[in-house]
Ligand binder design. Sequence first.
Ligand code: ADP
Length: 444
Amino acid sequence: MKNIRAWALPLFLWVPLLLSLILSPLSWGVAIWPAALGLILALWVGWHRQQLLNLTAWFQQPRAVLPPLAAGIWEETFAAGYHWRRDQEAVHRQLTAQLVQLRDALEAMPDAVLLLDGRGQLRWVNQSSTRLLRLQWPEDMGKPLRYWLRTPQMQRFVNGESTSSIQMPAPTNPQHLLEGLRYPLADAGALIIFRDITRIRHLEMVRQDFVANVSHELRSPLTVIRGFVETLIDSPFGGDAEVSPQLKLMEQQTLRMQSLVEDLLTLARMETAGVNPDECETVSVAALVDDYLCALQDRIRAKALVLALRMDHGLGIFSLNVDLGSIVRNLLENAVKYTPSGRRIEIVWERRDNGLCFMVSDSGDGIAPEYLHRITERFYRVDKGRSRQLGGTGLGLAIVKHAVERYQGCLEVQSELGLGSCFTARFPLQMARALPLAEAVSDP
Ligand code: ADP
């Protein structure tokens, strides 16, 4: 329909013109008709061009005011253009309002929010960034964030080359602790959020101190109670058939409480202080395994467990002796505790391509997959009754995980119900140290 109307004017002009041309030799001079035709064509093209210019001029106006009056197909074109511009302006207003709302919400946040482009330069920051990081806005727009966060660790965090979170003292107040989180964006940029975790850290410290203090306070009375119970057991009074079982139970429960207190203190020590390299030494894992197997030998013999050892005696590890002792003791104790009589336990200490590995694998009953991710939580036991009965505190694997992670290592657990479990403590290769031959211990 539009096409017909568009051509209505030209047809209206063309038909009489063509007719006149055909008839021209009969009544007019031959030359006048092409000239008249050219003139009419020029007028027609000129009119359309003028409408097109009007349309362009109208579109270039910043706001959708009413379009100029036009005739024919141009009237419809202007009307369609007007409706389109009005719709676009409504969408634009709505998007702008949403953007302002979003920006206001980000501005109101107590956390520092920073938008970086692909080169790590500041694209936008909120008010809190100026307060927490001493940035100035908009003066610092386009500057690289590494101007403010200069340590290599920070640079790796900003470039997304290391972990997606980091902790650091606030540049404006070193008493305050900030936690930075990095979220990569689709356009190769990143959203970085710094939040003040001073209060959370303080509460965490209060909790750690409380647990450590209570455990410490319980240590001495428990030692006294245990001493008296042992004296009573050894005395003639302890030989009494009625009293003896009760004294034995008291001794057993006191021992349980003592190991609980010791485990809590071990965890508290690991949480409160990092590893001081000055206190580290070259530890022989093979010697530690020998010592703990000696301590466990009665239980190993009683259960007739079969041990298979593959130990690299010349391989030492640069760490705190007490940490490696906790790892070895807890993994060996668990393997002995949870492996049924007559089955096999394999212990491996060796250097692999991906790290130094201490592996304890047993052919016990295994752990169901739904419990696997929780077994390193404090006090988490798959079978509470069985663990208590076997003298477990529920803290052993939590200690192992903490101890391994103190050295940027990781604890890997694989287990299959009915087949057994394999615990691997993996340490960075740079912790490896050669042991002098004298310290290399042979298998027991
Ligand atoms: P617990 O003192 O109870 O042994 P742990 O933290 O050492 O505490 O272990 C947590 C739980 O993981 C245990 O209660 C037990 O259910 C499970 N577990 C640990 N080691 C083994 C193992 N070698 N085989 C089967 N289950 C295990």
